[in-house]
Design a protein around this ligand. Structure first.
Ligand code: SAH
Length: 366
């Protein structure tokens, strides 16, 4: 069977060209695009101002990607929601809604799994399954906005996956998400986080976008960084920082450096001094994250007192630094943990010949 066209991944221009080629009028494309990207419909029959014949044609030619909610866990501490979504090929991904005073923020996945191999991260434990399509990245936000009935104002691409390792799809997704004919989320309210893929960071600087770039630094020198992040074997810190500086020069957007504190590995005074030296007087911001321990690794979280000390040491050197508030601590907060647990459970139950769906539904209402 011929593959249907993924309509939700198409720009308004692409959709217009395609529909005209199929003999439709130009204004139809704008109507359909609005149904998909503003009214967030989940099937073609909801497009009530489109004739039945056209809807039938759309169903035959196009696929309307729509994620299935497999589970949703709600934190009783801060209202954070962790969603597990099912894709049409059976894979599952996770997304997180965080509620702040300044608005609703969604953290999305960019790949199914990840191949970057960061030692402390649960998303990478089973490697990369596949890239997400633009429609699959968008729909994480669309489904969450529909679920809570409130506008999403901020998006962070900090879930499972390395966004710059799925470059083309990421860029299409960002253009669709910020399109005034769609949700029109402000570019300045979007952050893309990378472990530091240098060539793609240079490319990203040329896209004429106003997106915030976050770099996962996690160490103050190459030696320690190599023990935490395999990507450090490919690109030295000087190269990565040069790419950050270039991004700042080209876009005017201040870089955020993420630094996950691991007890006894990167959280000492020596490291704080070295980090301050490394960052120098760059116009940037450091986000300290106490590492979220995963059971497959024996990394230990730096305790609150030492996190504060580390922060103070940096502040003394006039560095902009914040401690990331831990959200949803009671609901498998760290990247990829909920998905990992779900997958392990699936494997376990398949081994026993059982099916998991009921258990997951129960989980969702827990
Ligand atoms: N691939 C992207 C996005 C990953 S997740 C990147 O590397 O930036 C977003 C951030 O969470 C990254 O800084 C990542 O290193 C960090 N992270 C992942 N697992 C973590 C854990 N268990 N504890 C603390 N931070 C973690």
């Amino acid at each position: 069977m011929e593959q249907k066209i993924d309509i939700k991944s198409m720009s308004l221009q692409q959709l217009t060209d395609q529909l005209i080629q199929m003999g439709e009028k130009k204004f139809r494309a704008a109507q359909i695009y609005s149904w998909i990207h503003q009214k967030l419909v989940t099937n073609f029959d909801e497009m009530t101002n489109i004739s039945k014949n056209t809807r039938t044609m759309l169903k035959e030619q196009f696929e309307l990607v729509c994620l299935k909610q497999v589970a949703c866990k709600i934190s009783s501490i801060d209202g954070t929601r962790k969603y597990l979504f099912g894709l049409s090929d059976g894979h599952v991904i996770e997304s997180v809604l965080m509620r702040y005073h300044h608005g609703n923020s969604v953290c999305i996945s960019s790949q199914v799994g990840c191949r970057m191999g960061c030692r402390f991260c649960a998303s990478t434990l089973d490697g990369l399954s596949r890239n997400l399509r633009p429609s699959e990245m968008l729909d994480q936000i669309y489904r969450i906005q529909q679920d809570i009935g409130e506008r999403i104002s901020n998006v962070v691409v900090m879930g499972s996956g390395e966004p710059l390792d799925n470059y083309e799809n990421l860029i299409s997704f960002l253009r669709l998400l910020t399109d005034a004919n769609g949700l029109g989320i402000s570019q300045r309210n979007i952050t893309v986080s990378t472990c530091g893929l240098v060539p793609e960071m240079y490319r990203f600087a040329e896209e004429n976008l106003q997106i915030t770039l976050a770099l996962s630094l996690h160490a103050s020198n190459n030696e320690v960084r190599k023990t935490l992040m395999p990507i450090a074997n490919r690109y030295a810190l000087t190269e990565v920082l040069k790419a950050c500086d270039n991004y700042f020069e080209k876009t005017g957007r201040r870089i955020t450096f993420e630094y996950s504190l691991v007890k006894g590995v990167n959280d000492g005074q020596k490291q704080a001094d070295e980090l301050a030296e490394l960052i120098g007087n760059r116009n940037c911001h450091i986000n300290l994250i106490p590492v979220n321990p995963i059971k497959e690794r024996d990394f230990v979280q730096t305790d609150a007192k030492n996190v504060n000390n580390f922060k103070k040491l940096l502040e003394k050197k006039r560095i902009n630094v914040t401690i990331r508030r831990e959200m949803g601590r009671d609901i498998d907060g760290a990247c990829g943990q909920l998905r990992k647990r779900y997958m392990d459970q699936l494997k376990e139950e398949n081994r026993d010949g059982g099916i998991c769906t009921d258990r997951c539904r129960k989980d969702a209402s827990d």
